[in-house]
Structure formats: structure tokens, C-alpha cells
Design a protein around this ligand. Structure first.
Ligand SMILES: NC(=O)c1ccc[n+]([C@@H]2O[C@H](COP(=O)([O-])OP(=O)(O)OC[C@H]3O[C@@H](n4cnc5c(N)ncnc54)[C@H](O)[C@@H]3O)[C@@H](O)[C@H]2O)c1
Length: 433
């Protein structure tokens, strides 16, 4: 009760402070929560924008990552407990770059405390968490940007415009994929141990179920992105780690709020490590006028002569392929039956290259939205819809159901699938507005 009263008082104080900072054109004072690989790569973008934004505080539960971050921002205050950072009244906005299972709780609490939020993708581990994040942003009138930075890529914007222009004709199929090969041992099978002394494991677990420390569950390592991604309590495997980046562009370009039904097959067929998420997955999404697939393999990287990841929009006049480096149009070679006259395909082959640093510009967009109290390019509701599409791919696979979906009401009539839309938080953590 005391804490709530304190937080309410803080909320009005920080809202006033934020308004003051903006009206004077002052720098936005940023607090960073989660200083792993992505936290620090976000910081590199933020440090290019020092006329507008400064990092005043950081919170991290793993000392080596804290130390690496302090090398980048030596003057930042350190908060071992992120709740104190969120409550500080001289912070205007927070970056949340922790593992996925923390995103919802931290975002909602930050909104309650009057902070604007830049939260990494995927925004949540369940659909319910995402709904709560949208509600919190609206209720407390906060700017919440989601780290699906491809939308700030100029060539992604061109690709979206091409799809929407109708030049590709009628698009009946959209394909997304990413492949790699970690066969056979993948991330290995390390035993459970005591947590390392420089990590607050309980605070890392937070609302997730209590578990013994396992090197892979924590997953921070010098060679790759952390392996928490491959455990259901903290994330959703490739489907939500990479799938969301690809599916986000599909929803945007096709101007759709979400699929009407989902059917996914997948499993862990080849890898021998202790990951829980599949090494092979194929999600099929049904929309009113097209089908979309997401396909991932972690045990075979053959991509049929194409790059190892991407998005293809297949239209009656041509196909558009886009990835982080370029887009390319391949016209259809149509065959006509005699005696129909042969008609020249109006489509021409074309290609456009990436021309800007997407994460830098995503932060510029966030700064603009904070200053103007407008919605950012990946407003929380957009990030929620894209996250939900990826999450539902897993829900269908895990419940072994072909599930219907109402993308506006965000409901399914499928009882088995419903049980995967929300999860219990470990006490004392509570997700509440
Ligand atoms: N937008 C992108 O292109 C992109 C790229 C990579 C990662 N990401 C996202 O960024 C997030 C982080 O990924 P990562 O690879 O950097 O993971 P990571 O494990 O390297 O970093 C997360 C950090 O958060 C810290 N942390 C955990 N609980 C904390 C707590 N309670 N308080 C403070 N710090 C805490 C961890 O100790 C760790 O240092 C994920 O959600 C991931 O999906 C986005």
C-alpha cells in the first residue's frame, strides 16, 4: 500500500518533470534496464544522439555486463534494483533490454511511474502481457516505442510502399524464413549449478518460475546472443526472436491486424542440447485474402540460393523479396494459353539498397515522439500485434491445435489454445495497472 502511494506520488512528479524538460527543449534523461548485447547496441545508437538524450542511470543484475556498460557511460548512476531506477524522479524515459519475460512487468511499472518507454522486441511472453502493456501506455498517457527497428529502415519503407501500391498485383502468398545450422550439439547440455557470485539469479528470474541456475537458461556468453531465447519460461525460440521481425513487416505492408487462423508444426528433431524450443518449425497463418508462412530450421541452413532469412511477397505480377540489406523485385513470367494474345508483363525487375542505420533512426523517432507527445513508428499497439502473431505460432504448435483467431478482440474459441495466452507470475511479482 505504502509502495503504491509512493509510486502514485512519483508518477505525478515525473509527469511534471517530463513536461518541464520537454518545454525547455532539455535532453531526455534515459535509464537503461538490462545491459546485455542488445542493451549495449541500443546504447551505441543513443550515444550518437547526445544533443537530445543522455543516459543518467543503468540497472543490471550481472556484474560483467554492468562493467562493460559503465565503460560506455561512466557517469551513469547504478541501480542494482530496477524498481528504484523506475521510481527516480529525474528520469524521463527507460530502455528495457532485459530477456523477454521481464518486458511486460517493467514496461507497465515504468508507465505507472510516468516514464516513456523503449522496450525491446518481442514485447512479451504471452498475449495477455502485451494487452496489459497497451492498456498501461494508454492509461498513463506514455510514449512506448517497440524495438522492431526495421520499420525505421528506409528500404523497408520503400518495400512496404511497393506492396501497397499494387504493382505486384494480387498478393496471395507471403513467405518468411530464417535458417541456421547448429547440429548436432547446439548449445550443449551443461548441468544445473549454483549461480555465479556476480549474478543476482533471483532478480534475473523475476516473475518466471523458480529454477536452479543453468548456464544455458541464463545464456549470456561472449560468442552469441544469450541462450535464454531457447527456454519457454523466458522467451519463445526463433518464432518470437526472429519471426517477429519478419512478421512485423508482413502485417505492416499488408495492412492487417493479424491472422484469422493459425496452424503450426514443429519440434526438436535434430539438436541434442538442453534447449526447449524447436529446431524446426513451420507456422501457417490464414488471412482473408492470403496465406503467410514462417519457417525456421536450426539444423539445416540451405536456403535454395536465397539469403538465409527474409520476406517474400508473391503477387500475380511479381515477387518482392526484402531483407536488412536490400529489396528486389522479380517479375512474373506469365504463360498464356493460345489463342490469347501474349501481353507484356508491366512489371520490371528492380532493386533498392538499405540506406540508413535503422536503430539510430528508430531512436530518433522515439525522441521525436517523446518531445511531441505523439505515437512512435512502432507504437506499443503495433508491437503487440506483431508479437502476438509470433506468439500464436508457438501457441498453435504447443497446444497441437489449428486455432481460430479474432485479431481485433484477440480471442480464440479454441479451449486448448486459450491456456497458452496467459501465464502465472511468481510471487511477489504482479502485473497490474
Ligand atoms: N531489436 C533487435 O534487433 C534485437 C536484437 C537482439 C536482441 N533483442 C532483444 O533484446 C532483449 C535482450 O536481448 P540480449 O540478447 O541483449 O540478452 P542478454 O541476456 O544479453 O541481455 C539481457 C540483460 O538483462 C539483464 N537482466 C536480467 N534481469 C534483469 C533485471 N531484473 N534487472 C536488470 N537487468 C536484468 C541480464 O543480466 C542481461 O545482462 C531481448 O528481448 C531480445 O529479444 C532485440
Amino acid at each position: 500500500m505504502q509502495r503504491r502511494t509512493f509510486m502514485a506520488a512519483t508518477a505525478s512528479a515525473t509527469t511534471a518533470a517530463t513536461a518541464r524538460a520537454q518545454s525547455q527543449g532539455d535532453k531526455i534523461r534515459l535509464g537503461v534496464i538490462g545491459c546485455g548485447r542488445r542493451g549495449r547496441s541500443n546504447l551505441r545508437s543513443v550515444l550518437k544522439l547526445t544533443d537530445d538524450i543522455e543516459v543518467v542511470a543503468i540497472s543490471e543484475v550481472f556484474k560483467p555486463n554492468l562493467e562493460l556498460t559503465l565503460e560506455m557511460v561512466p557517469d551513469a548512476r547504478v541501480y542494482p534494483d530496477f524498481r528504484e531506477l523506475i521510481a527516480a524522479d529525474d528520469i524521463d524515459a527507460v530502455l528495457i533490454a532485459t530477456p523477454d519475460h521481464w518486458h511486460a512487468y517493467m514496461s507497465v511499472e515504468a508507465c505507472k511511474a510516468g516514464k516513456d518507454v523503449y522496450v525491446e522486441k518481442p514485447i512479451s511472453v504471452t498475449v495477455h502481457e502485451g494487452q496489459m502493456m497497451v492498456k498501461a501506455a494508454r492509461k498513463y498517457n506514455r510514449v512506448v516505442q517497440v524495438g522492431t527497428q526495421q520499420r525505421s529502415g528506409k528500404h523497408f519503407q520503400e518495400a512496404k510502399d511497393i506492396v501497397q501500391s499494387g504493382r505486384l498485383g494480387s498478393i496471395s502468398y507471403v513467405r518468411t524464413w530464417n535458417y541456421s545450422n547448429a547440429y548436432p550439439e547446439g548449445i550443449g547440455v551443461p548441468p544445473d549449478t549454483d549461480p555465479p557470485p556476480d549474478l543476482d539469479w533471483d532478480m534475473w528470474l523475476g516473475p518466471a518460475p523458480e529454477r536452479s541456475f543453468n548456464k544455458n537458461r541464463f545464456g549470456v556468453n561472449p560468442y552469441s546472443f544469450a541462450h535464454f531465447r531457447w527456454f519457454w519460461d523466458y522467451a519463445g525460440g526463433m518464432m518470437t526472436d526472429w519471426g517477429i521481425h519478419l512478421l512485423d513487416i508482413v502485417l505492416w505492408a499488408m495492412a492487417e491486424p493479424g491472422p484469422r487462423s493459425i496452424c503450426t508444426y514443429g519440434g526438436k528433431y535434430a539438436l541434442t542440447d538442453n534447449r526447449e524450443t524447436p529446431d524446426t518449425i513451420q507456422a501457417t497463418y490464414e488471412f482473408p485474402a492470403f496465406v503467410c508462412t514462417y519457417e525456421n530450421r536450426v539444423a539445416n541452413a540451405y536456403a535454395g540460393g536465397l539469403p538465409g532469412y527474409g520476406i517474400q511477397f508473391h503477387g500475380t505480377e511479381g515477387t518482392l523479396y526484402v531483407n536488412r540489406r536490400y529489396w528486389e523485385i522479380t517479375p512474373e513470367q506469365r504463360r498464356y494459353r493460345e489463342p490469347e494474345p501474349r501481353v507484356e508483363n508491366r512489371m520490371k525487375a528492380a532493386r533498392g539498397e538499405a540506406s540508413n542505420a535503422t536503430t539510430d533512426d528508430h531512436w530518433r523517432d522515439f525522441i521525436y515522439a517523446v518531445r511531441n507527445r505523439s505515437k512512435p513508428i512502432c507504437d506499443i499497439e503495433i508491437g503487440h500485434k506483431s508479437t502476438a502473431m509470433a506468439l500464436l505460432g508457438n501457441v498453435s504448435m504447443r497446444s497441437r491445435q489449428r486455432m481460430d483467431w479474432d485479431p481485433v478482440a484477440e480471442t480464440t474459441s479454441n479451449k486448448e489454445a486459450q491456456t497458452y495466452l496467459q501465464s502465472e507470475y511468481r510471487p511477489p511479482w504482479k502485473l497490474e495497472l
